[in-house]
Design a protein. Structure first.
Length: 276
């Protein structure tokens, strides 16, 4: 039996073979070095060498991304930075809970998350102050900061993969549903593909224009060369939820051969861009 590799690594190998690029992988296929005609390029995790380190740090930090975008007048989902540090002081906790109370009064719900999380892990829907306190303490156990976000009744979430200002792929993330006592309900409130949502290639031209224009503006404010911009629609409003400097199409590419082809083409363009 051959070596089991992720669909991402399988795609890298296929692209490098096609273009006669020398590919060397390290640390259990976490890091990759590519070489062609005396030029080299690197990928670590899902980070391609197309984003400056400072921009990568901004993308990883949900509250900082929000500040950078909103300061440039770009609609973005609010994320407040809550520093937790090694010890959560009573006074600090009290101040954070006051902010939570204000949001709970307004919307009935709020969202707390690890400010540096990915994949929908450590993202919590909060409905009362007791949950807020428990969750802040929980996040403090594994992260230096939480992000506090008002609850947005999201009608749809999209991912726009952008390479040097050009949209390469736009998908809508459709959450799974199931029947409960004869009623159709959501199986999961989050839109992450790693949490069961399905990626569907968006084809509505009018909507694509709006999504691409917002994604472009977002990457003018936070200049990542290769990134996916996650955008939510709430009613008629589009807002950037987050920017991922690592372009992860692992789940999407595993959905079916057409999706794999689309993901392959995205990664191929990014790799050729790095070796250009
Ligand atoms: N403020 C919010 N209001 C409503 N839903 C949210 C909010 N923040 C996050 N979510 C839901 O949680 C999911 C994961 O949140 P996100 O900030 O994208 O974290 P991650 O980086 O882990 O994907 C989103 O796809 C969305 O469905
Ligand atoms: Mg997300």
């Amino acid at each position: 039996m051959g070596e089991q590799v992720s669909s991402f690594v399988g795609m890298l190998r296929e692209i490098c073979e096609k273009h006669r690029i020398l590919l060397q992988s390290y640390s259990g296929n976490w890091a990759h070095r590519m070489e062609k005609d005396g030029k080299t390029a690197f990928i670590t995790g899902y980070q391609f060498g197309l984003n400056p380190a400072s921009v990568q740090e901004i993308c990883k930090d949900k509250a900082l991304t929000f500040m950078m975008l909103s300061d440039r007048g770009i609609p973005a989902a609010e994320h407040r930075f809550l520093a937790l540090g090694l010890h959560l002081l009573d006074e600090t906790l009290g101040e954070y809970l006051a902010q939570c109370e204000e949001l709970l009064k307004k919307d009935g719900k709020l969202v707390l998350k690890d400010n540096y999380g990915t994949g929908g892990n450590r993202v919590y829907l909060i409905e009362n102050l007791r949950e807020a306190e428990e969750t802040l303490r929980k996040i403090q156990g594994f992260s230096y900061a939480a992000a506090l976000s008002p609850y947005y009744p999201i009608d749809a979430e999209y991912r726009v993969v952008m390479l040097r200002g050009e949209p390469l792929l736009t998908i809508r993330k459709e959450r799974a549903t199931h029947f409960e006592n004869g009623v159709l309900v959501l199986s999961e409130w989050r839109h992450n593909l790693g949490q069961g949502a399905k990626g569907i290639v968006e084809t509505d031209e009018a909507l694509l224009l709006k999504l691409h224009s917002l994604a472009r503006r977002a990457l003018e404010a936070v200049p990542a060369g290769f990134a996916s911009v996650d955008i939510i629609r709430v009613g008629a409003d589009l807002m950037v939820l987050e920017i991922n400097g690592g372009v992860m199409l692992e789940h999407f590419s595993s959905q079916d051969p057409m999706c794999r082809k689309q993901a392959l083409s995205v990664y191929e363009k990014a790799i050729l861009c790095m070796l250009d």
